[in-house]
Design a protein around this ligand. Structure first.
Ligand SMILES: NC(=O)c1ccc[n+]([C@@H]2O[C@H](COP(=O)([O-])OP(=O)(O)OC[C@H]3O[C@@H](n4cnc5c(N)ncnc54)[C@H](OP(=O)(O)O)[C@@H]3O)[C@@H](O)[C@H]2O)c1
Length: 233
């Protein structure tokens, strides 16, 4: 389905899966608000996509005011928010016994609270419009916990719980809520050098996101897992 005319907000668009998702959605016709903290990386992507199809909004999703400003700026400049891709994330991991508590909490602050902040800001716009897509990048860690990643795993279990509950709250609305659970993807977050298998490319996950948001309006894909054929979990 052609996505021309849709406005998408992609968090974590400065690298990895978010960058690939922004590129893919723009190619399919969306105008894309690019959100992350590294403005120079967002500007470079905007140059590639084209100024008329992109908007750079430097954002720390863990900051409630920043998240609200992201949505407000997108609404003002692009006229609405049809698609929200909650993708920004960190992976701060050490076994709990060795971990710095601030690192453990940082997973939750960015990965879970960041999703709450941006979703809470975007939802009224979608409800007013009577439609919308909220696609959140979780992880296979939310199904198969990895050792040494308890903070990350906790954040992604939380993300799945938040999204599933939100989906129920929106059962009478035309706003779709999808959880995308990637397996191993080669990005700055994890190069998978330690893993003896073929990892995914960010574009593989971007294709799944594009598939989800381009379904006809009556079709909702609640969860989608994108794994390597070499299997993780
Ligand atoms: N790589 C994998 O194997 C894998 C597997 C399953 C799920 N995931 C999930 O995929 C998502 C994207 O990760 P990735 O693998 O593409 O890693 P990545 O290349 O490191 O990208 C992470 C993105 O999140 C942004 N970000 C981090 N903290 C932020 C904050 N406080 N506010 C706004 N943006 C922030 C980063 O941008 P700035 O630093 O510029 O802010 C960056 O654009 C994450 O949610 C991750 O958990 C990854």
């Amino acid at each position: 389905m052609d996505l021309t005319g849709n406005v998408a907000v992609v968090t974590g668009a400065s690298s990895g899966i978010g960058e690939a998702a922004a590129r893919t959605l723009a190619r399919e016709g969306c105008t894309v608000a690019l959100a992350a903290r590294r403005e120079d990386r967002l500007e470079a992507l905007a140059d590639e996509i084209g100024a008329e199809k992109s908007l750079v909004v430097p954002t720390d999703v863990a900051d409630e005011a920043d998240a609200a400003a992201l949505i407000e700026t997108t609404r003002e400049r692009l006229g609405g928010v049809d698609i929200l891709v909650n993708n920004a994330g960190v992976a701060r991991g050490d076994p709990v016994a060795d971990a710095d508590l601030r690192d453990l909490r940082r997973n939750v602050r960015v990965n879970l609270e960041g999703v709450m902040n941006v979703t809470h800001a975007a939802l009224p716009t979608m409800l007013d419009a009577g439609s919308g897509d909220i696609v959140t990048v979780s992880s296979m860690s939310a199904r198969f916990p990895q050792e040494g990643g308890s903070g990350y795993t906790a954040s992604k279990f939380g993300v799945n719980g938040f999204c599933r509950s939100l989906r129920k709250e929106l059962s009478d609305e035309q706003v779709r809520v999808t959880i995308v659970m990637p397996g191993p993807v080669v990005t700055e977050l994890n190069d998978w050098d330690h893993w003896d298998g073929r990892a995914l490319d960010p574009a593989d996950v971007a294709s799944a996101i594009e598939f989800v948001v381009s379904r006809p309006a009556h079709v909702e894909i609640p969860d989608i897992t994108v794994n390597s054929t070499d299997k993780l979990g």
